[in-house]
Design a protein around this ligand. Sequence first.
Ligand code: ATP
Ligand code: MG
Length: 640
Amino acid sequence: MSDALENLLSETRRFAPPAELAAHANVTSDAQPEDRLAFWETQARRLSWAKDWDQTLDWSNPPFAKWFVGGELNVAYNCLDRHVEAGLGDRVAIHWEGEPGDTRTITYSDLLSEVKQAANALTDLGVGQGDRVAIYLPMIPEAAVAMLATARIGATHSVVFGGFSVDALSGRIQDADAKLVITADGGYRRGAPSALKPTVDEAVALCPGIEHVLVVRRTGQEVAWTDKDLWWHETVAKASTEHTAQAFDAENPLFILYTSGTTAKPKGILHTTGGYLTQASYTHHAVFDLKPETDVYWCTADIGWVTGHSYIVYGPLSNGATQVMYEGTPDTPHRGRFWEIVQKYKVTILYTAPTAIRTFMKWGDDIPAGFDLSSLRILGSVGEPINPEAWMWYREHIGANNCPIVDTWWQTETGAMMLSPLPGVTHTKPGSAMSPLPGIAADVVDDQGNSVPNGGGGYLVLREPWPSMLRTIWGDDARYLETYWSRFGDMYFAGDGAKKDEDGNIWLLGRVDDVMLVSGHNISTTEVESALVSHPDVAEAAVVGATDPTTGQAIVAFVILRGGVESDVDVLRNHVSKTLGPICKPRQIMIVPELPKTRSGKIMRRLLRDVAENRTLGDVTTLQDSSIMSLISSGMQSSK
Ligand code: ATP
Ligand code: MG
C-alpha cells in the first residue's frame, strides 16, 4: 500500500449512553491516564498476588516485554478459590445449555472442586509446570475445567477448535510439542452427535510426543480405544478434591493459541500470566460494566478462539461473573435459539460477532421479536468490522434501542480488548470502535509512521506495550519480529487499516492485505461492504480487488440478499456509487447463497480474490465449509 486509505463513508448518527446506566457505570471517564504504568498497577490490584512484583514493565529488550516482573500468582486461584473464600461459593458460575436441551448449573464451589480434581489428575499423569496440554473439546463445561486445571498446575494449554481437521490438530500438537490431549467422544452440532475422537486418534498417531489422551464422555457414541486413552469420568471424577494452588511467576506461559488463519498460516501466539489476567479482568469489568451480583453475561464465542479464552474463561471468572455457556449452533432446533436462551436465563450482557448479527438480519426481524429480550442492557461485537446497518439492526431488534453497543477491536495477539466504547461514557457511532481503552496507546499512522490527522486513513498501530500483549510467536521469535515489528520498528503493526473521523474517533477498515487499489485510490473493503449492506435488499457482502487492465484493480462484490428478496445488481452497483462515489462502483456483483468464512466466522477474502481472478484456490484448511467455494466459482463462470 503506497498511500493512505481514502476516507469515504460518512456517518452522522450518534447514541448517548442511557442515563441510568451512565449514573451507575463502573467506569465514568474514557480519559487516558497520565501515568500509564501506574494505571496498570492499579488494575493488577484487582487480582490476588502471592508475591508482589518488583517492576511493572521491563521493556529493556523490546519488543520482548515482561510485565509485573518478580510477581507471583495462580490464575485458577484468582478465577475460583478467592471467590469461594469470599463466601460466593454458591453463586452460579456457568449456566450451561447443551444443544439437545440438557442443562447444567455449576456454582463457583462446584467449578473449583472439578478444577482441583482435574489438576490432581493431570499431575498424576505426569503433567507439570512448563508442559503443554492440547485441548480439543466441544463447548462443554469440561473445556473451562481443563483450561483452568492446566493453568492451576503452571502448565500451558493449547486449545484447538473442535471443528478442525486431523492436519490442523496434529500440526498444532506438534508445533506446541504437547504431551497430553484432552478431548471428548463428540459434541452436539446441528441436532446430531458429531464425533471428535476419531480425529484425535488419527492426529495422535502422527504425534509420538503425546503420552495420554483424556476423553470426556459427552455423546455416548461408540469410540475406538488405544492404550493411551483414559476416560475423564474414571480419571478426573475419582481424583481428590483437595488441591492447594501454588503461585507461579507472572511471566509463566499460560497458553498458546493459533490465530484464525484468515490471511495466512496460523501463528502460535504465546500469552503469559500476570499481565494477561490483569487486562482480561479489567476490560471485562470496564467494557461490559459487569455487576457480578446481578448480571447474567453470555459470550457466544467458541472456547477455541481467543474471545472464548479471555471473555468466557479468564475475564468473567476472575471477576466472579455468572454466565451462560451454549454448546451448539444458533439454528438448532430453530432459528430463535439464541433469543430463547436470552429469555430463559434473563441474559443482561450479550457478546457476539458481526457474522452472527448479519445472519440474524438475513433470517428476519420477526424471529427475535417472538422472544422477551428486555433483560438485555449491553450488547457487544467482536471479530470483524461491524457494518453500520448491522449495528443499527442489533441496536433496534435485539437491544430495543436502549442498550449501548460496544464494538471491541482486538486480536489473538493483543490478548484482550484494545479499542472500544465504554458503555456509560461513550456517545457511540454505528460501525466505529471509537477510542483506545484507558491504558492503551493506539494510533492511526501513514506509510512513514506519522500520526494521520483527523479525517485521514492509514494503519492501526500500538505505540506502547500493554499487559496482555503476546510475548512472542511460539518457537519463532524471528516471525514475531518480522510480522509485527519490522514495519515501523518501535510500534506494533496490527495488520488492519483504519481511519480517524473528524472527531478523532477510530474506524476499522479491514485488513491491510485486503485493501483495494483502484485507479490509484486505496479503497477499504469494509467501506464498500458497508455501503452494500446499507441497501435494504442486502444482508451480507464481501468485496475484493481483482486485476483489471484499465484501473489496476477493479471491485468485485459477492452479495447475500435478505430473506425473500430479489434484487437487480445494477441497482446495487449504483447504490454504492451514490453512497461512496463513482470510484467505488463495483465492476461486477455476484449474488451468492453463502460466503467463504473461517471457522470463527470471518470472511476469507483471499479465496474470493482467487475466484475473481480465476486462480486455483490457496490454503483452505481453516475454511468452514469447502463446498461453498465450488458453488461460488461455478456461479462466477456463468456470469461472465
Ligand atoms: P490471521 O491473523 O491468522 O489471519 P485473524 O486475524 O482472523 O487470523 P484473530 O486474532 O482471531 O485472527 O482476529 C483478529 C482480527 O479480527 C483483527 O486483526 C481484525 O482484523 C479483526 N477484528 C476483530 N475485532 C474487530 C472489530 N471490532 N472491528 C474490526 N475488526 C476486528
Ligand atoms: Mg490476525
